[in-house]
Design a binder for this molecule. Structure first.
Ligand SMILES: Cc1ncc(COP(=O)(O)O)c(C=O)c1O
Length: 479
């Protein structure tokens, strides 16, 4: 029997293993299992095959480790698969279907094929020198303080890894992490797998005044938030501009959060990947610029979002050296170093855009200008078919209440637990338009709060948004 004693870990055959009773019990259970298995298997299965199958079925050696339990399902995996099967017009996942700025993609081609062949080799682990320098220059300017490229900036495999390294590096058993709902879905499994306990607070729709619903109508309940802070609170994750609501947190809201962080000595993880996608008159306020917050904030950014190259999966975290040491340690023992030519190209992209930051042509501003009519067009066509959109102040997603169209869908065959999953799947299959179910961005007890909504992405070519409008109009007009 190829097994070991649970207590002394010695092989059962070893004469030194003295836990006789345990040995006998385990051998007995294993033998019973083997006998039961023998009956179930065809008589041609050899004794040795049966024995090894029995050994596999004894215990749960290859089960998913506890720290990942509950995070097996991913809305992205499921909906990318659904899109492959149903071939809809896909307004689900958040990526542009148009070209990135020329200078950025050309820089990548040049980096790979240019004279400096070393740009195809490993680079500095915490970030390619040219990129950390560019990032420190940019953020020193917009934050209004000097950021050290060597110790205060970390380049990662997308903002995703920046979040992972920051959460892992600053969360341990017993730590509580406050997460505002809805939230980018990876926050919760990352906190849990680090041993922390997520504490959720949902934004509440409080419509003020006439006109369309704005993302600003989704409010943070300040009293509820303050009651959640305590001595176990380690960090709070804030996402502004927000995915999926599009909320751009105001100075007042950020100040409330900042004051609580200072009062309870809490780290703020500020996910600002949509920092440049803000629609006038709204303004993105960086948490690290609030008084006393640089010292306790790690800010997350994404080249994928900034330069419309989501497939490049390059992101970063920046903050004070004291706080950056931990995510750097996680990164060094996990990814260690990111793709060199991509980092080189992103660095050149930043250098170019920084040289024209005073011009409206700078991509940091021109992308938002380009997105604004797309946002308005989507809000219009969703309203025209009877949905109730929340008009975003930032980001490139729009949620909409689909229930005024409930009598046009037949969800009876859809097996999912939540109505937004049923609706989005039914739409993909029958209407050929795909959105994302926003309950994916809520904790289990709160998923019911958002079942009436769907999330669409509007960073798409005008012709594709036009097609989406036509698909919906045709569907609305059908019996
Ligand atoms: C709020 C938020 N944070 C982080 C990310 C991850 O960004 P990246 O693609 O750079 O990993 C996303 C991607 O959609 C996002 O929406």
């Amino acid at each position: 029997m190829a097994a070991a004693c649970l207590i002394c870990t010695l092989n059962f055959q070893s004469l030194q293993c003295c836990h006789l009773l345990l040995r006998i019990t385990i051998m007995f259970v294993a033998r019973q299992g083997l006998q039961a298995l023998s009956k179930a298997l065809p008589s041609t299965t050899s004794y040795l095959q049966k024995r090894s199958l029995a050994a596999m079925s004894v215990g749960n050696k290859f089960d998913l480790p506890d720290r990942y339990r509950g995070s097996e399902k991913s809305v992205w995996v499921e909906y990318i698969q659904l899109a492959q099967e149903t071939q809809p017009l896909n307004l689900g996942q958040g990526f542009p279907d148009f070209a990135a700025p020329d200078h950025v993609t050309k820089s990548l081609a040049e980096a790979c094929t240019g004279e400096n062949v070393l740009l195809n080799q490993y680079t500095r682990g915490f970030g390619h020198l040219r990129l950390v320098k560019a990032l420190s220059q940019l953020y020193s300017k917009v934050i209004g303080r000097s950021i050290d490229p060597a110790t205060e900036v970390l380049v990662t495999a997308g903002a995703y890894e920046a979040l992972f390294a920051t959460i892992m590096g600053h969360t341990g058993p017993g730590d509580e992490v406050i997460i505002i709902e809805p939230f980018f879905d990876c926050y919760e499994p990352m906190v849990r797998s680090a041993g922390g306990t997520p504490k959720f607070i949902p934004l509440k729709l409080v419509k003020s005044g006439p006109g369309p619903i704005s993302s600003g109508d989704w409010k943070l309940d300040v009293n509820q938030l303050s009651s959640m802070f305590n001595s176990k609170t380690k960090s709070i994750i804030v996402n502004t501009p927000h995915n999926p609501i599009g909320k751009v947190f105001t100075q007042e809201e950020l100040t409330v959060i900042a004051d609580l962080c200072k009062k309870w000595n809490v780290l703020c993880i500020s996910d600002e990947v949509y920092e440049w996608m803000v629609y006038k008159p709204f303004k993105h306020i960086r948490m690290a610029t609030l008084p006393g917050m640089w010292e306790r904030t790690i800010t997350i950014g994404s080249a994928g979002k900034t330069f419309s190259v989501t497939g490049w999966k390059t992101g970063w975290a920046y903050g004070p050296a004291e706080l950056m040491k931990n995510p750097m340690t996680v990164h060094q023992n996990c990814v260690y170093t990111c793709t060199t030519p991509v980092q080189e190209a992103v660095a050149r992209g930043f250098e170019f855009e920084m040289s024209r930051m005073d011009s409206p042509e700078c991509y940091f501003y021109s992308l938002a200008e380009e997105l604004l009519p797309k946002r308005d067009f989507m809000a219009k066509f969703l309203s025209e078919v009877g949905m109730v959109p929340t008009v975003p102040e930032g980001g490139y997603f729009m949620i909409a209440d689909w229930t005024p169209l409930a009598n046009k869908v037949d969800l009876s065959q859809e097996k999912d637990k939540y109505r937004d999953y049923k609706f989005t799947k039914w739409m993909s299959k029958n209407v050929k338009l795909q959105g994302i179910p926003p309950s994916a961005f809520y904790s289990e007890p709160n998923k019911h709060l958002i079942e009436d909504y769907v999330r669409y992405c509007f960073i798409k070519k005008d012709e594709n948004l036009q097609k989406a409008a036509e698909i919906l109009q045709k569907w609305k007009g059908s019996k």
